[in-house]
Design a protein around this ligand. Structure first.
Ligand code: CTP
Length: 414
């Protein structure tokens, strides 16, 4: 390809199509040649003539059947990268199924997946729909780069995840994808932005797994945390060249070799172990599912069964480890918390981030994260912004979280 920067932009019928003309300008300014394909549904939403002038090339549509066959071969050979922007739930579904019922979708079958980058934009309910999440998962597993969606007011008037991310961010990701293709170092299915070389000598401290609070010598209060996210974070942190310590509650998930492991059981033990090590950490991720309460007075011997009487267990609150770390954090440290909520309440996660003094919060819905190998997360940043991601493996999620955290460490050092 010899460094050619040729961006084919496929526009589908989402209201965010009105942002494509300024995006085309941005891409041209950053040295790209641009050609545009419009679906029939996109045409009323964006001016084809404006796109022709801004791109400096004819705009391609389904109008001229005679040109159709030629176009999809010529354009697919021309493109260094194929950006679908905005990508509606409908087009994402067609791409997942391999349907080619217009020029735009026919091109998705003629261009290698590694060159395709998708900027979804839709209503939050459609974004959260299981069919959409599955379709996005299918695309990413095939090597298509699916950008996250933004949070905020949607065209339908409600707030939530689903809006297209900002056009300067899209332009940046397109250029990054072309750089990756040029370097021929493979393409990541998710937008990992860790710069691995920078993190040698940095220390990452991770808490992982559940805690166990004794009721009596044989019974405990615990939760369903598997330790999978903590283990994935440890692996991702090791891969960046960082020194890694994991303070782990009783979880069976194996931790990678090369990691310092501190085993604990109770929240109090975890608080002590994290407190001792926090000062020397550059990044600290509290992925543990800490029990909020413990029995006020554990029984010294086994509680015996009675068929007649109820028993009452008095619970007392455990220390909030994350809040305690947030209170002593220095400006150079990055503190990441997890927020598990029963519904879609991202604002509650935002409030937790502020209250506990975190730089980043990983919002997970309880029904999509606990115990399994996949997760659906939204990342919240104290320095501004939210990014909602489609369903992905905990491995990919951990790489993303670590990438974002370490990038912020690098920014503070620079
Ligand atoms: N956390 C902590 N110590 C606790 C409880 C939670 O350090 N005693 C941390 C968790 O590791 C997580 C974050 O705080 O990173 C949020 O945990 P979560 O259970 O979502 O929130 P809580 O603060 O427990 O609030 P609530 O249960 O009311 O949602």
């Amino acid at each position: 390809m010899g460094g050619a920067r040729r961006v084919l932009v496929g526009v589908t019928g989402g209201i965010a199509a009105y942002k494509v003309p300024p995006l085309v300008r941005l891409l041209r300014k950053s040295g790209c040649e641009v050609k545009v394909v419009l679906t029939a549904a996109a045409k009323p939403l964006v001016g084809a003539e404006a796109l022709r002038v801004l791109s400096g090339n004819p705009v391609h549509t389904d109008d001229n059947p005679a040109r159709y066959d030629m176009d999809h071969i010529r354009l697919s050979e021309w493109a260094s990268v194929y950006l679908i922007c905005p990508a509606t739930a409908n087009t994402i579904a067609k791409m997942a199924a391999g349907i080619a019922d217009n020029l735009l979708t026919a091109l998705t079958l003629s261009i290698p997946e590694e060159k395709i980058i998708v900027a979804p934009a839709m209503n939050r309910v459609m974004w959260a729909n299981k069919a959409t999440l599955t379709n996005v998962g299918v695309l990413t597993s095939r090597g298509v780069t699916v950008l996250p969606v933004g949070e905020g007011e949607l065209a339908c008037g409600v707030r939530g995840p689903g809006r297209m991310i900002e056009i300067d961010e899209i332009a940046k990701r397109v250029v990054e994808l072309m750089d990756k293709i040029d370097r021929n170092d493979g393409v990541s299915a998710v937008d990992i932005d860790a710069n691995t070389a920078t993190f040698k000598g940095k220390t990452v401290l991770i808490s992982s797994g559940p805690t166990e609070e004794p009721i009596d010598p044989v019974r405990v209060i615990t939760n369903k945390s598997s330790g999978k996210m903590g283990a994935a974070l440890a692996k991702a942190a090791l891969a960046t060249g960082a020194r890694v310590t994991v303070v782990s509650g009783p979880a069976s998930e194996p931790l990678p070799s090369g990691v310092e492991v501190v085993r604990v059981k109770t929240a109090a033990e975890m608080a002590a172990a994290m407190g001792e090590r926090f000062a020397s950490a550059d990044v600290c991720v509290m992925a543990a599912a800490v029990s909020d309460y413990r029995p006020a007075t554990p029984f010294h011997s086994k509680i015996h069964r009675s068929e007649k009487e109820n028993i009452t267990l008095e619970l007392t609150p455990n220390p909030d480890i994350l809040a305690a770390l947030g209170a002593v954090k220095t400006p150079k440290q990055i503190l990441v918390g997890f927020s598990l909520e029963s519904g879609d309440d991202v604002d509650r996660a935002e409030a937790k981030m502020r209250k506990k003094g975190c730089d980043m919060m990983v919002f997970n819905r309880a029904d999509t994260a606990v115990g399994g190998s996949d997760t659906v997360m939204t990342l919240l940043f104290a320095d501004g912004g939210r990014e909602a991601f489609p369903k992905m493996s905990k491995t990919a999620a951990a790489e993303l979280i670590l990438g974002k955290a370490l990038k912020r460490v690098a920014a503070k050092v620079a």
